[in-house]
Design a protein around this ligand. Structure first.
Ligand code: PLP
Length: 405
């Protein structure tokens, strides 16, 4: 008899976003006159910048001519893109990463989810709490997370590292040393960052203990402050203990185009084995490459015009984040994030849970946020607001929140 992978039965339903969608739909149905403002989403809303559109058109035309047509892309990505990434994202920041160590993909989500495959099923994993759910769920599917404890809201074999206002939303070293450590900065959902010295401490910890850090820097383009590392390879020794994930989704609005990359330094070993060839082998077997036209679009992000245009767009989103942060702070809320990330993490009024405040925001202000508890138990008491919305709607949402108090 065919049996399914039993680990899939341990996955919790996608409770968070489906519950939000249901609540918003029910409220809209009963109150069709209310204009709902959605600040819950983590998707971009501004169009692709002109320099990238031009490159897309050019690449499409190439596909229509016999001399310039391209079929399958090279397994690890076109050299033109890998060279550009190595030069702009690493060499310019003083990081020693070669084009060969860059694996081009269709985005960071699939890479963060798939990377665990090349490690032993018995490896222990540590994640931040609250957390981007993909790291946990991909390990649940692989049977590494153990059983779900309904009361704790956690899997019993995952090491959760609380990120709270007391520790500045940067986790402390856990009591038990993990094999794989997922870190994401600038962080989703809290919008907060790690400083260079703190990240260096994590790198030193990983090297001392033989752990590997899986570093998700999908939001690095939003960093505005000095002393906040854009890459983990800015830290000494990271080549020996870290894998980094990057995405064009939030950097250049590619959520619908799909492009990202993963860096695996050749120095990285796990239990004495080189990791690079294993990911190369996996990539070659299970993946046929990001489309040529999209890789050309990615290359255009690094052109002079592309850089200017995407930075302008990011600054615009950060302008929304400022409106949200300053407005809420003036109304008496504690607010975090929003300076180096597109997310603002706000405390909910005392005595309310994240979900209760979500309901109040929806019914009294017609504003949709994302309840912090949906990202993990330590997200309780917070709500995430996104700066990816429309400028006027964002302003209106903040006014409405102030007025509902
Ligand atoms: N990593 C984090 C922390 C994210 O928040 C997201 C998307 O929201 C991703 C990765 C996914 O990025 P991509 O669109 O490149 O798959």
């Amino acid at each position: 008899m065919v049996r399914i992978n039993q680990n899939y039965l341990k996955l919790q339903g996608s409770y968070l976003f489906s519950t939000i969608a249901k609540k918003v739909a029910a409220y809209s149905k009963d109150n069709p006159e209310v204009e709902i403002i959605r600040l819950g989403i983590g998707d971009v809303t501004q169009p692709i910048v002109p320099a990238v559109i031009e490159a897309l058109h050019g690449a499409v035309d190439e596909m229509g001519a016999k001399e310039t047509f391209r079929g399958y892309a090279p397994d690890l990505g076109y050299e033109f893109l890998r060279n550009t990434i190595a030069k702009n994202d690493y060499e310019k920041r003083g990081c020693d990463i070669t084009p060969e160590e860059i694996f081009v993909s269709d985005g960071a989500k699939s890479d963060c989810a798939n990377i665990q495959e090349i490690f032993d099923a018995d490896c222990s994993i540590a994640v931040c709490d609250p957390v981007y759910p993909v790291y946990v769920d991909s390990n649940v599917m692989a049977g590494r997370a153990g059983d779900y404890d309904e009361v704790a809201g956690q899997y019993n074999k995952v090491i959760y590292m609380p990120c709270t206002k007391e520790n500045g939303f940067v986790p402390e070293f856990p009591r038990e040393v993990p094999d794989l450590i997922y870190l994401c900065f600038p962080n989703n959902p809290t919008g907060t960052v790690i400083h260079k010295a703190q990240l260096q401490d994590w790198v030193d910890y990983a090297r001392k203990n033989g752990s590997i850090i899986l570093y998700d820097s999908a939001y690095e383009a939003f960093i505005t402050e000095d002393d906040v590392p854009h890459s983990i390879y800015e830290c000494e020794g990271a080549r020996e203990c870290a894998i980094e994930f990057r995405s064009f989704s939030k950097t250049a609005g590619f959520t619908g185009l799909r492009l990202g990359y993963t860096v695996i330094p050749k120095d990285l070993k796990a239990g004495g084995e080189d990791v690079w060839p294993l990911w190369a082998r996996r990539h070659g077997t299970k993946y046929n490459g990001a489309p040529y036209i999209i890789q050309r679009a990615g290359e255009a992000v690094y052109s002079e015009a592309g850089q200017e245009q995407v930075h302008e767009q990011i600054a615009w989103y950060l302008g929304n984040a400022k409106i949200i942060s300053e407005g809420l702070a003036a109304a008496g809320f504690e607010v975090y994030g929003g300076k180096n990330a597109p997310y603002v993490w706000m405390s909910v009024p005392k005595g309310l849970t994240s979900w209760e405040f979500f309901d109040q925001l929806l019914t009294k202000a017609g504003v949709v946020g994302t309840p912090g508890s949906g990202f993990g138990p330590h997200g309780e008491g917070y709500l995430r607001l996104s700066s990816f919305g429309d400028r006027e709607a964002t302003k209106k949402a903040i006014e409405r929140i102030k007025n509902m108090l």
